[in-house]
Design a protein around this ligand. Structure first.
Ligand SMILES: Cc1cc2nc3c(=O)[nH]c(=O)nc-3n(C[C@H](O)[C@H](O)[C@H](O)COP(=O)(O)OP(=O)(O)OC[C@H]3O[C@@H](n4cnc5c(N)ncnc54)[C@H](O)[C@@H]3O)c2cc1C
Length: 356
Protein backbone atom coordinates (compact mmCIF):
# COMPACT_ATOMS: atom_id res chain seq x y z
CA UNK A 1 0.00 0.00 0.00
CA UNK A 2 1.42 3.46 -0.95
CA UNK A 3 2.06 5.65 2.09
CA UNK A 4 0.65 9.15 2.14
CA UNK A 5 3.39 10.54 4.33
CA UNK A 6 5.47 13.17 2.57
CA UNK A 7 8.82 12.17 4.01
CA UNK A 8 10.91 14.75 2.22
CA UNK A 9 8.76 17.45 3.77
CA UNK A 10 9.35 16.03 7.23
CA UNK A 11 13.05 15.41 6.68
CA UNK A 12 14.66 16.19 3.32
CA UNK A 13 17.71 14.13 4.26
CA UNK A 14 15.74 10.94 4.90
CA UNK A 15 13.29 10.50 2.03
CA UNK A 16 10.78 7.61 2.23
CA UNK A 17 11.99 4.17 1.22
CA UNK A 18 9.94 2.06 -1.18
CA UNK A 19 8.67 -0.27 1.49
CA UNK A 20 7.31 -2.83 -1.01
CA UNK A 21 10.85 -3.67 -2.14
CA UNK A 22 11.74 -5.08 1.27
CA UNK A 23 11.06 -8.72 2.19
CA UNK A 24 12.10 -11.16 4.89
CA UNK A 25 12.88 -11.00 8.59
CA UNK A 26 16.53 -11.08 9.65
CA UNK A 27 17.74 -12.20 13.05
CA UNK A 28 21.34 -11.20 13.68
CA UNK A 29 22.90 -14.01 15.71
CA UNK A 30 25.87 -13.64 18.02
CA UNK A 31 28.50 -16.32 17.76
CA UNK A 32 31.71 -15.52 19.56
CA UNK A 33 34.19 -17.54 21.68
CA UNK A 34 31.38 -18.86 23.87
CA UNK A 35 29.50 -20.21 20.83
CA UNK A 36 26.04 -19.22 19.67
CA UNK A 37 24.34 -17.10 22.30
CA UNK A 38 21.02 -18.14 23.84
CA UNK A 39 19.47 -14.67 23.17
CA UNK A 40 20.13 -15.19 19.44
CA UNK A 41 17.93 -18.28 19.56
CA UNK A 42 15.34 -16.45 21.65
CA UNK A 43 14.97 -13.74 18.97
CA UNK A 44 13.88 -16.43 16.50
CA UNK A 45 10.63 -16.66 18.47
CA UNK A 46 9.20 -13.22 17.57
CA UNK A 47 10.86 -13.44 14.14
CA UNK A 48 9.06 -16.69 13.37
CA UNK A 49 5.64 -15.46 14.46
CA UNK A 50 5.97 -12.12 12.63
CA UNK A 51 7.26 -13.79 9.45
CA UNK A 52 4.33 -16.21 9.54
CA UNK A 53 1.89 -13.32 9.88
CA UNK A 54 3.52 -11.49 6.97
CA UNK A 55 3.88 -14.64 4.85
CA UNK A 56 7.62 -14.20 4.53
CA UNK A 57 10.82 -15.99 5.60
CA UNK A 58 13.18 -15.81 8.57
CA UNK A 59 16.85 -15.46 7.79
CA UNK A 60 19.54 -15.93 10.43
CA UNK A 61 22.56 -13.68 9.87
CA UNK A 62 25.91 -14.62 11.38
CA UNK A 63 29.25 -12.84 11.11
CA UNK A 64 32.77 -14.18 11.49
CA UNK A 65 36.07 -14.88 9.82
CA UNK A 66 35.53 -18.59 9.23
CA UNK A 67 32.70 -20.12 7.25
CA UNK A 68 33.39 -23.52 8.84
CA UNK A 69 33.00 -22.14 12.35
CA UNK A 70 29.74 -20.38 11.50
CA UNK A 71 28.03 -23.27 9.68
CA UNK A 72 27.06 -25.29 12.79
CA UNK A 73 25.57 -22.15 14.36
CA UNK A 74 23.62 -21.44 11.19
CA UNK A 75 22.28 -25.00 11.24
CA UNK A 76 21.31 -24.56 14.89
CA UNK A 77 19.37 -21.38 14.09
CA UNK A 78 17.60 -23.18 11.26
CA UNK A 79 16.67 -26.04 13.61
CA UNK A 80 15.20 -23.39 15.92
CA UNK A 81 12.96 -21.87 13.28
CA UNK A 82 14.97 -19.89 10.71
CA UNK A 83 14.20 -20.76 7.08
CA UNK A 84 17.69 -20.03 5.91
CA UNK A 85 20.94 -18.46 7.04
CA UNK A 86 23.32 -15.88 5.65
CA UNK A 87 26.96 -16.05 6.67
CA UNK A 88 28.87 -12.79 6.34
CA UNK A 89 32.48 -13.89 6.24
CA UNK A 90 35.58 -11.71 6.18
CA UNK A 91 39.04 -11.50 7.74
CA UNK A 92 38.21 -8.26 9.48
CA UNK A 93 35.46 -10.04 11.43
CA UNK A 94 37.96 -12.18 13.34
CA UNK A 95 37.86 -9.75 16.25
CA UNK A 96 34.64 -8.07 17.31
CA UNK A 97 34.60 -4.33 16.66
CA UNK A 98 31.15 -2.78 16.82
CA UNK A 99 31.60 -0.35 13.94
CA UNK A 100 33.07 -2.98 11.62
CA UNK A 101 30.33 -5.49 12.42
CA UNK A 102 27.62 -2.86 12.04
CA UNK A 103 28.97 -1.65 8.68
CA UNK A 104 29.08 -5.18 7.30
CA UNK A 105 25.48 -5.83 8.37
CA UNK A 106 24.31 -2.46 7.03
CA UNK A 107 25.99 -3.04 3.68
CA UNK A 108 24.44 -6.48 3.29
CA UNK A 109 21.02 -5.20 4.38
CA UNK A 110 21.23 -2.35 1.87
CA UNK A 111 21.76 -4.95 -0.85
CA UNK A 112 19.28 -7.65 0.24
CA UNK A 113 16.60 -5.38 1.70
CA UNK A 114 15.10 -7.27 4.64
CA UNK A 115 11.89 -5.63 5.86
CA UNK A 116 12.72 -6.30 9.52
CA UNK A 117 15.99 -6.81 11.42
CA UNK A 118 15.90 -8.18 14.97
CA UNK A 119 18.84 -8.00 17.36
CA UNK A 120 19.00 -9.34 20.91
CA UNK A 121 19.55 -6.46 23.33
CA UNK A 122 22.79 -7.89 24.66
CA UNK A 123 25.73 -5.56 25.19
CA UNK A 124 26.90 -6.24 21.65
CA UNK A 125 23.42 -6.08 20.12
CA UNK A 126 22.90 -2.74 21.77
CA UNK A 127 26.13 -1.45 20.31
CA UNK A 128 25.55 -2.64 16.78
CA UNK A 129 21.81 -2.14 16.20
CA UNK A 130 21.68 1.68 16.48
CA UNK A 131 24.69 1.99 14.21
CA UNK A 132 23.04 -0.20 11.59
CA UNK A 133 19.81 1.79 11.89
CA UNK A 134 21.57 5.10 11.52
CA UNK A 135 23.66 3.91 8.59
CA UNK A 136 20.53 2.71 6.81
CA UNK A 137 18.70 5.88 7.81
CA UNK A 138 15.87 4.09 9.48
CA UNK A 139 14.33 3.93 12.94
CA UNK A 140 15.07 1.60 15.83
CA UNK A 141 12.95 0.58 18.79
CA UNK A 142 14.91 -0.93 21.65
CA UNK A 143 13.93 -3.32 24.44
CA UNK A 144 10.59 -4.47 23.04
CA UNK A 145 8.58 -6.98 25.01
CA UNK A 146 6.02 -7.86 22.30
CA UNK A 147 5.68 -7.62 18.54
CA UNK A 148 2.71 -7.66 16.21
CA UNK A 149 1.75 -6.65 12.71
CA UNK A 150 -0.50 -3.72 11.82
CA UNK A 151 -3.24 -5.49 9.88
CA UNK A 152 -3.95 -2.52 7.64
CA UNK A 153 -0.43 -1.55 6.61
CA UNK A 154 1.67 -4.63 7.37
CA UNK A 155 3.99 -2.47 9.48
CA UNK A 156 5.73 -4.11 12.41
CA UNK A 157 4.25 -3.05 15.74
CA UNK A 158 7.10 -2.77 18.21
CA UNK A 159 5.62 -2.84 21.67
CA UNK A 160 7.50 -1.85 24.80
CA UNK A 161 6.87 -0.42 28.24
CA UNK A 162 7.94 3.20 28.53
CA UNK A 163 9.94 4.27 31.56
CA UNK A 164 7.50 3.59 34.37
CA UNK A 165 6.21 0.38 32.79
CA UNK A 166 2.60 1.34 33.51
CA UNK A 167 1.62 1.81 29.86
CA UNK A 168 2.60 0.05 26.69
CA UNK A 169 3.92 2.05 23.75
CA UNK A 170 3.11 0.80 20.23
CA UNK A 171 5.81 2.07 17.89
CA UNK A 172 5.94 1.85 14.10
CA UNK A 173 8.39 2.74 11.36
CA UNK A 174 5.78 3.37 8.67
CA UNK A 175 7.79 4.94 5.90
CA UNK A 176 11.27 3.56 6.22
CA UNK A 177 12.82 0.13 5.93
CA UNK A 178 14.19 -2.03 7.39
CA UNK A 179 12.23 -1.86 10.62
CA UNK A 180 14.83 -2.48 13.32
CA UNK A 181 14.18 -3.64 16.83
CA UNK A 182 15.82 -5.24 19.85
CA UNK A 183 14.39 -7.30 22.71
CA UNK A 184 16.07 -8.10 25.98
CA UNK A 185 17.42 -11.56 26.70
CA UNK A 186 14.91 -13.84 28.44
CA UNK A 187 11.81 -11.97 27.27
CA UNK A 188 11.06 -14.65 24.64
CA UNK A 189 11.72 -18.37 24.96
CA UNK A 190 13.62 -19.89 22.03
CA UNK A 191 11.39 -21.79 19.61
CA UNK A 192 11.56 -25.57 20.07
CA UNK A 193 14.40 -27.35 18.27
CA UNK A 194 13.41 -29.47 15.29
CA UNK A 195 16.25 -31.83 14.38
CA UNK A 196 14.75 -32.55 10.97
CA UNK A 197 14.50 -28.89 9.91
CA UNK A 198 16.72 -27.93 6.97
CA UNK A 199 17.42 -24.65 5.21
CA UNK A 200 19.73 -23.02 2.72
CA UNK A 201 22.99 -21.49 3.97
CA UNK A 202 24.15 -18.56 1.84
CA UNK A 203 27.78 -17.49 2.19
CA UNK A 204 28.63 -13.87 1.47
CA UNK A 205 32.31 -12.96 1.47
CA UNK A 206 32.62 -9.38 2.57
CA UNK A 207 35.41 -7.02 1.58
CA UNK A 208 37.46 -5.07 4.09
CA UNK A 209 35.63 -2.14 5.66
CA UNK A 210 37.57 1.09 6.00
CA UNK A 211 37.19 2.46 9.44
CA UNK A 212 38.82 5.87 9.61
CA UNK A 213 37.63 6.45 13.19
CA UNK A 214 38.92 3.36 14.91
CA UNK A 215 42.01 1.18 14.78
CA UNK A 216 42.45 -1.99 16.79
CA UNK A 217 45.71 -1.81 18.72
CA UNK A 218 45.45 -4.82 21.01
CA UNK A 219 42.84 -7.08 22.60
CA UNK A 220 42.74 -7.57 26.36
CA UNK A 221 40.28 -10.12 27.68
CA UNK A 222 38.45 -9.11 30.83
CA UNK A 223 37.76 -12.20 32.92
CA UNK A 224 34.12 -12.91 33.66
CA UNK A 225 33.38 -13.46 37.29
CA UNK A 226 31.25 -16.52 37.89
CA UNK A 227 27.83 -17.32 36.49
CA UNK A 228 26.36 -14.77 34.05
CA UNK A 229 23.77 -12.62 35.80
CA UNK A 230 20.95 -13.65 33.47
CA UNK A 231 21.45 -17.29 34.44
CA UNK A 232 22.02 -16.86 38.19
CA UNK A 233 19.48 -18.51 40.45
CA UNK A 234 20.48 -16.63 43.61
CA UNK A 235 21.32 -12.93 43.45
CA UNK A 236 22.29 -10.55 46.25
CA UNK A 237 22.04 -7.02 44.86
CA UNK A 238 23.31 -3.89 46.55
CA UNK A 239 22.41 -0.26 46.05
CA UNK A 240 23.64 3.13 47.08
CA UNK A 241 22.46 2.34 50.62
CA UNK A 242 25.24 -0.25 50.92
CA UNK A 243 27.61 2.49 49.88
CA UNK A 244 31.10 1.01 50.45
CA UNK A 245 33.34 -1.79 49.08
CA UNK A 246 33.31 -3.30 52.59
CA UNK A 247 29.52 -3.49 52.41
CA UNK A 248 29.73 -5.21 49.03
CA UNK A 249 32.27 -7.70 50.44
CA UNK A 250 29.62 -8.70 52.93
CA UNK A 251 27.09 -9.15 50.09
CA UNK A 252 29.70 -11.33 48.31
CA UNK A 253 29.96 -13.48 51.39
CA UNK A 254 26.20 -13.98 51.50
CA UNK A 255 26.05 -14.68 47.76
CA UNK A 256 28.81 -17.26 48.08
CA UNK A 257 26.98 -19.12 50.83
CA UNK A 258 23.86 -19.22 48.64
CA UNK A 259 25.86 -20.35 45.60
CA UNK A 260 24.84 -17.14 43.85
CA UNK A 261 26.27 -13.88 42.56
CA UNK A 262 26.36 -10.22 43.49
CA UNK A 263 24.62 -7.56 41.41
CA UNK A 264 23.82 -3.89 41.84
CA UNK A 265 21.63 -0.92 41.06
CA UNK A 266 22.81 1.71 38.63
CA UNK A 267 23.79 3.95 41.53
CA UNK A 268 26.02 1.18 42.86
CA UNK A 269 27.58 0.84 39.39
CA UNK A 270 28.10 4.61 39.16
CA UNK A 271 29.83 4.53 42.54
CA UNK A 272 32.22 1.85 41.25
CA UNK A 273 30.99 -0.74 43.76
CA UNK A 274 30.02 -3.29 41.14
CA UNK A 275 30.76 -3.61 37.42
CA UNK A 276 28.28 -2.56 34.73
CA UNK A 277 28.12 -6.18 33.63
CA UNK A 278 26.31 -6.77 36.96
CA UNK A 279 23.77 -3.93 36.73
CA UNK A 280 20.12 -4.92 37.01
CA UNK A 281 17.36 -2.84 35.46
CA UNK A 282 16.27 -0.93 32.43
CA UNK A 283 19.75 -0.06 31.22
CA UNK A 284 21.25 -3.16 32.79
CA UNK A 285 20.06 -6.74 32.72
CA UNK A 286 16.77 -8.51 33.32
CA UNK A 287 17.20 -11.38 35.75
CA UNK A 288 15.05 -14.36 36.62
CA UNK A 289 16.52 -15.61 39.87
CA UNK A 290 14.79 -18.02 42.25
CA UNK A 291 15.80 -15.63 45.04
CA UNK A 292 16.69 -11.93 44.65
CA UNK A 293 17.83 -10.10 47.77
CA UNK A 294 17.81 -6.31 47.26
CA UNK A 295 19.91 -4.55 49.87
CA UNK A 296 19.91 -0.74 50.24
CA UNK A 297 18.05 -0.36 46.94
CA UNK A 298 15.16 2.11 46.91
CA UNK A 299 13.13 0.33 44.18
CA UNK A 300 13.06 2.88 41.35
CA UNK A 301 10.94 1.83 38.35
CA UNK A 302 14.10 1.51 36.24
CA UNK A 303 15.48 -1.03 38.70
CA UNK A 304 12.40 -3.14 39.37
CA UNK A 305 11.72 -3.58 35.64
CA UNK A 306 14.74 -5.91 35.68
CA UNK A 307 13.50 -8.15 38.51
CA UNK A 308 9.93 -8.82 37.39
CA UNK A 309 10.71 -12.40 36.45
CA UNK A 310 12.33 -13.30 39.80
CA UNK A 311 10.47 -15.88 41.83
CA UNK A 312 11.08 -14.51 45.34
CA UNK A 313 12.23 -10.97 46.08
CA UNK A 314 13.49 -10.05 49.56
CA UNK A 315 14.16 -6.38 50.32
CA UNK A 316 16.38 -5.03 53.07
CA UNK A 317 15.99 -1.29 53.59
CA UNK A 318 16.09 1.05 56.57
CA UNK A 319 13.23 3.14 55.20
CA UNK A 320 9.85 1.41 55.77
CA UNK A 321 8.34 3.51 52.96
CA UNK A 322 10.95 2.54 50.35
CA UNK A 323 9.13 1.61 47.11
CA UNK A 324 11.11 -1.65 46.86
CA UNK A 325 8.83 -3.13 49.55
CA UNK A 326 5.90 -2.87 47.10
CA UNK A 327 7.74 -5.26 44.79
CA UNK A 328 9.05 -7.62 47.45
CA UNK A 329 7.61 -10.89 48.70
CA UNK A 330 9.42 -10.40 52.02
CA UNK A 331 10.58 -7.10 53.48
CA UNK A 332 13.09 -6.55 56.27
CA UNK A 333 13.13 -3.02 57.65
CA UNK A 334 16.52 -2.25 59.12
CA UNK A 335 20.10 -1.26 58.43
CA UNK A 336 21.98 -3.72 56.25
CA UNK A 337 24.90 -3.53 58.70
CA UNK A 338 22.65 -5.27 61.24
CA UNK A 339 20.63 -7.53 58.93
CA UNK A 340 23.21 -8.99 56.52
CA UNK A 341 25.45 -10.52 59.24
CA UNK A 342 22.35 -12.25 60.65
CA UNK A 343 21.39 -13.58 57.20
CA UNK A 344 24.97 -14.79 56.68
CA UNK A 345 24.88 -16.60 60.01
CA UNK A 346 21.48 -18.19 59.36
CA UNK A 347 22.18 -19.24 55.78
CA UNK A 348 25.60 -20.60 56.78
CA UNK A 349 23.88 -22.85 59.32
CA UNK A 350 21.29 -24.04 56.81
CA UNK A 351 23.48 -24.39 53.69
CA UNK A 352 26.61 -26.03 55.03
CA UNK A 353 28.39 -25.57 51.65
CA UNK A 354 25.81 -24.00 49.36
CA UNK A 355 22.05 -23.75 49.10
CA UNK A 356 21.84 -24.73 45.43
C1 LIG B 1 16.91 6.28 31.73
C2 LIG B 1 17.27 5.71 33.07
C3 LIG B 1 17.69 4.40 33.13
C4 LIG B 1 18.01 3.84 34.38
N1 LIG B 1 18.40 2.53 34.42
C5 LIG B 1 18.61 1.96 35.63
C6 LIG B 1 18.94 0.58 35.74
O1 LIG B 1 19.09 -0.16 34.73
N2 LIG B 1 19.10 0.05 36.97
C7 LIG B 1 18.97 0.79 38.12
O2 LIG B 1 19.14 0.24 39.23
N3 LIG B 1 18.69 2.11 38.03
C8 LIG B 1 18.52 2.70 36.84
N4 LIG B 1 18.27 4.04 36.77
C9 LIG B 1 18.40 4.85 38.00
C10 LIG B 1 17.18 4.77 38.92
O3 LIG B 1 16.25 5.74 38.54
C11 LIG B 1 17.59 5.01 40.38
O4 LIG B 1 18.24 6.25 40.46
C12 LIG B 1 18.50 3.94 40.94
O5 LIG B 1 17.95 2.65 40.73
C13 LIG B 1 18.64 4.17 42.45
O6 LIG B 1 19.63 3.33 42.94
P1 LIG B 1 19.61 2.89 44.46
O7 LIG B 1 18.29 2.29 44.80
O8 LIG B 1 20.83 2.09 44.69
O9 LIG B 1 19.86 4.27 45.22
P2 LIG B 1 18.86 5.20 46.02
O10 LIG B 1 17.63 5.51 45.26
O11 LIG B 1 19.67 6.35 46.53
O12 LIG B 1 18.38 4.29 47.25
C14 LIG B 1 19.20 3.92 48.30
C15 LIG B 1 18.34 3.17 49.31
O13 LIG B 1 19.15 2.65 50.33
C16 LIG B 1 18.47 2.77 51.57
N5 LIG B 1 19.49 2.78 52.62
C17 LIG B 1 20.37 3.76 52.91
N6 LIG B 1 21.19 3.37 53.90
C18 LIG B 1 20.80 2.11 54.26
C19 LIG B 1 21.25 1.17 55.23
N7 LIG B 1 22.28 1.43 56.04
N8 LIG B 1 20.62 -0.02 55.30
C20 LIG B 1 19.55 -0.32 54.53
N9 LIG B 1 19.09 0.54 53.58
C21 LIG B 1 19.71 1.74 53.45
C22 LIG B 1 17.69 4.06 51.46
O14 LIG B 1 16.59 4.05 52.34
C23 LIG B 1 17.28 4.04 49.98
O15 LIG B 1 15.99 3.44 49.83
C24 LIG B 1 17.94 4.62 35.56
C25 LIG B 1 17.52 5.94 35.46
C26 LIG B 1 17.19 6.48 34.24
C27 LIG B 1 16.73 7.91 34.19
Amino acid sequence: MEKEINCSKICPEWPCTRTQEYRGVWVVGEAFEEGLSEPSLQMLSPARSIADKLGTWVEAVLLGSSEDKLRPYAEEMIKHGADRARLLVGRQLETYLPVTYARVIARSAATHKPEIIFFAATMRGREIAPYVANTLRTGITADCTQFDVDEETGDLLMIRPPFAAILLAYIKTPSRRPQISTARPNVFPPPPRDEARKGEIIVEHVGAEDNPHMRLLRVEKVGRSGVPLEKAEYIVAGGRGVGTPEGFSMLEELAEILGGVVAGSRKAVDMGLVSYERQVGQTGKSVRAKLYIAVGISGAAQHVIGIRECRIVVAVNKDPDAPIFRHADYGIVGRWEDIIPLLIERFRERCSSSCT
